[in-house]
Design a protein around this ligand. Structure first.
Ligand code: HEC
Length: 118
């Protein structure tokens, strides 16, 4: 019985690894960024690649930093203020980090995205 328990645990661990690998990127974060940031920054993957992971963390984690960069830019500020951005800020940061400059990920076409076209 005890041995079976371990096998079951191993099996569950294996299963979880597979499912997270199958999710190639966060499509929810992708859609939010497309709506809020893409009109000025290009597609979310293109945008993510502009800076490295440390910079993404810096911009997202320094209080008021994103607002400071976009000072006087009404459209950008209203994106940053929107409740959807506020709620999903952490998730969006993770999406950018996972696809950042040195992440090594390159995306082909799928249902949401193809090359640099919207
Ligand atoms: C209305 C246009 C506009 C929108 C919308 C917008 N931005 Fe920006 N953003 C800018 C401009 C302009 C700059 C300054 C670019 C520069 O200095 O070269 C900038 C700069 C930045 C930078 C600094 C990058 C760097 O290398 O210095 C970050 C990070 C950033 N924006 C994140 C975001 C995020 C996240 C969103 C969506 C929630 C967003 N922006 C929406 C116009 C916009």
């Amino acid at each position: 019985m005890k041995k079976n328990g371990w096998i079951l645990l191993l099996y569950i661990g294996f299963f979880c690894t597979c499912t997270s690998a199958a999710e190639r990127y966060d499509t929810k974060a992708f859609r939010i960024v497309t709506k809020l940031c893409s009109p000025c920054h290009g597609t979310p993957f293109y945008m993510a690649k502009q800076i490295d992971e440390d910079n993404w963390e810096y911009f997202f984690k320094t209080p008021g930093e994103l607002e400071k960069i976009h000072k006087g830019n009404t459209q950008a500020l209203s994106s940053l203020k929107s409740s959807i951005f506020q709620q999903k800020k952490k998730r969006i940061m993770k999406y950018f980090i996972n696809n950042s400059k040195f992440s090594g990920s390159v995306h082909g076409c799928d249902a949401n995205f193809c090359g640099t076209h919207h």
